[in-house]
Design a protein around this ligand. Structure first.
Ligand SMILES: C[S@@+](CC[C@H](N)C(=O)[O-])C[C@H]1O[C@@H](n2cnc3c(N)ncnc32)[C@H](O)[C@@H]1O
Length: 259
C-alpha cells in the first residue's frame, strides 16, 4: 500500500513517482468518482463536457490519455466521436471504466486498455483528437507525453488538457491553498480511507506548471494553442491546441486566453 508515503519525497531526485501514481490510483479506484463529485461540488463532469465539445467532431477517433474511470472518454462519445481509445497505467481504474461502459451499453469505446501516455500504442497521425483530464500533472516526463500526443495526431488534429495548474500569486491563491491543503485531504481520506492520495494532490499542484508555462510547453512541442480557459475560481485550467496542418492554407487564428 502507498497510503503511508510522504508525498514531498516523491519529488526528490531518484524517486519513482510514476510507480507511486500507478499504484495509488489503483488503490483508490473504487471511490475515485465519488471524491471528484464531492470535491468539485458536482462541477467536474461539466468541465469534461466542455473540453470534449472544443475538440470532438462527429465521427472522430479520439485518444483519452489517462482515462481512469472513463468519464472524459464518455464525454467524447456524447460529443459525437465514433471511436474513443482510453488508455491508463492503473488496471483497477480501467476496470471501473469498463463496468460503466457495460452499464451504458456503449460499444463505441474501442477499448479501455493499459498503456502509458509517454509511449502510446498507436501509429503516427492516427487520431483526430487527443485529450486528458487531471493526468498530465502526474506524469514526470511531460514533454515525452506531449511529443507522443503530437506524433499520433493527424495534421490539423486537436488537443485538450484539463488540469489543476500551479496557482500564480493573487487574491484567490490563499483560499485555494486552504482548500487543497486542508479540505481536499480530509474529504479524500474520509471517502477512500487512503491517507496519502489526497495529500499528494496539493503537493503535485505546487510542483506543477502555471498555465502560462503549460502553454509554453505545448508551443515548444509544436502545437498552436488556441484557447486557455480558467475554471472554478482559476483552480482548473483548460488548454486547447491544434497540431498545425502544414499543407493547409494559413488561417489567422487569435488565441482566446484568460491566463
Ligand atoms: C486524476 S486521474 C484522472 C482520470 C480521468 N482522466 C478523469 O478525468 O477523472 C489520473 C489518471 O491518470 C493515470 N495516469 C498517470 N500517469 C499516466 C501515464 N503516464 N499514462 C497513462 N495514464 C496515466 C492514473 O493512473 C489515473 O488513472
Amino acid at each position: 500500500m502507498t497510503t503511508q508515503r510522504d508525498p514531498e519525497d516523491l519529488f526528490e531526485g531518484g524517486s519513482d513517482r510514476a510507480a507511486y501514481v500507478r499504484q495509488m490510483f489503483g488503490e483508490i479506484s473504487h471511490r475515485y468518482d465519488l471524491v471528484n463529485r464531492v470535491m468539485t461540488v458536482g462541477q467536474d463532469q461539466s468541465w469534461r463536457r466542455l473540453a470534449a465539445s472544443q475538440i470532438v467532431r462527429p465521427g472522430d477517433t479520439v485518444l483519452d490519455a489517462g482515462t481512469g474511470t472513463g468519464d472524459l472518454a464518455f464525454a467524447c462519445l456524447d460529443a459525437g466521436a465514433s471511436r474513443v481509445v482510453g488508455i491508463d497505467v492503473a488496471g483497477p481504474m480501467l476496470e471501473q471504466a469498463r463496468a460503466k461502459s457495460q452499464k451504458r451499453r456503449v460499444d463505441e469505446v474501442s477499448g479501455f486498455s493499459l498503456g502509458d501516455a509517454t509511449r502510446l500504442p498507436l501509429p503516427d497521425a492516427s487520431v483526430d483528437a487527443w485529450c486528458s483530464a487531471f493526468v498530465v500533472r502526474n506524469i514526470p516526463d511531460l514533454p515525452a507525453a506531449f511529443s507522443e500526443a503530437y506524433r499520433v495526431l493527424k495534421p490539423g488534429g486537436r488537443l485538450a488538457v484539463l488540469e489543476i495548474p500551479r496557482m500564480e500569486p493573487g487574491l484567490l491563491r490563499p483560499f485555494a491553498r486552504i482548500h487543497f491543503r486542508h479540505v481536499v485531504p480530509r474529504i479524500g481520506r474520509a471517502i477512500t480511507g487512503h491517507s496519502s492520495a489526497y495529500r499528494y494532490l496539493p503537493v503535485s499542484v505546487d510542483h506543477f506548471l502555471a498555465p502560462r508555462e503549460l502553454t509554453e510547453l505545448l508551443r515548444e512541442t509544436g502545437f498552436v494553442v488556441t484557447q486557455v480557459r480558467m475554471l472554478m475560481f482559476r483552480t482548473v485550467a483548460m488548454h486547447v491546441a491544434v497540431k498545425p496542418d502544414l499543407g493547409a492554407p494559413r488561417v489567422g487564428a487569435t488565441p482566446t486566453t484568460d491566463e
